[in-house]
Write a protein that binds this ligand. Sequence first.
Ligand SMILES: *[C@@H]1O[C@H](CO)[C@@H](O)[C@H](O)[C@H]1NC(C)=O
Length: 322
Amino acid sequence: MADMDWGNQTTITKFLLLGFGDLPDLQILLFLLFLVIYITTLAGNILIIVLVVADQHLHTPMYVFLGNLSFLETCYSSTILPRMLASLLTGDRTISVSGCITQLYFFCALASTECYLLAVMSYDRYLAICKPLHYSSLMNTRVCLQLAAGSWVNGCLAITIFTLFMLQFIFCGPNKIDHFYCDSIPLIKLSCGDTRVIILLDFILACIFTLPPFLLTLTSYVYIITTILRIPSTTGRQKAFSTCSSHLIVVTIFYGTLMIVYLLPKLDTLRFLKKVLSLCYTVLTPLVNPLIYSLRNREVKEALHKAVSKYVTFTRNIENPI
Ligand SMILES: *[C@@H]1O[C@H](CO)[C@@H](O)[C@H](O)[C@H]1NC(C)=O
């Protein structure tokens, strides 16, 4: 995309991403805060990927999807945080038009892939809890592979259509985006052409590509919860619930904050609140997912424990050979 010729199409070649520039005294503090968040996010998610790939016990559909989710979150936070960190550090808040559309593309593609992966993960839990006898035949390696691949393809497809439309845009000012990353609506607002088609397209694509995974997730959990409530013994209920509770928490945080931000009325007074809230699904979810999964999940904890003790014996053997 970078080698396309933007010069003769656009009168604006750079946007100003305002970010948190309205808090000048806090720039260094914010930089340190987001740096710590970014490093923790990368470390946590990469740790989960390594555990899922390395540990034989975690080679089940649920953990393969979790590995994919962690990989996705690693990319997801890397589309936003490094640029934000650089601009907090240097004070340079400009971003080129092509850079902005590239960021929009990756951010939206990964966000919609996340919707699909979360849906696939809840479908997997639905099969495990509501159809336990048929689980291994319904969720075999091939289906698992198809579902994971399907999530990535669908997520990228939707946004590619959208971005191809965006590429036709001419931006002629103003060039200020009051956000910390390039989101579609603020960007559409800055275009000087006829934006009705793209706003409609944005809406239709959002409906086609995010509503089905959302509804699938919701339906799965309605079935899961009714099934769990029908289990007679308390321990049985707790056991069934413990296999899906981490995922339910992750889904709730992701969709909850996403909905609050997009459904809040478009008032100027709410703009700062929205900016802070959108930190939840851009920065917070990738950070807390590995924590939720590793703290609440016995199998992940065991795998971590095994990996650590293996590493300790390994280094000990190196230090004291014999
Ligand atoms: C993602 O899913 C694919 C397909 O099921 C799988 O082969 C791959 O190992 C997964 N990636 C991770 C990091 O778990």
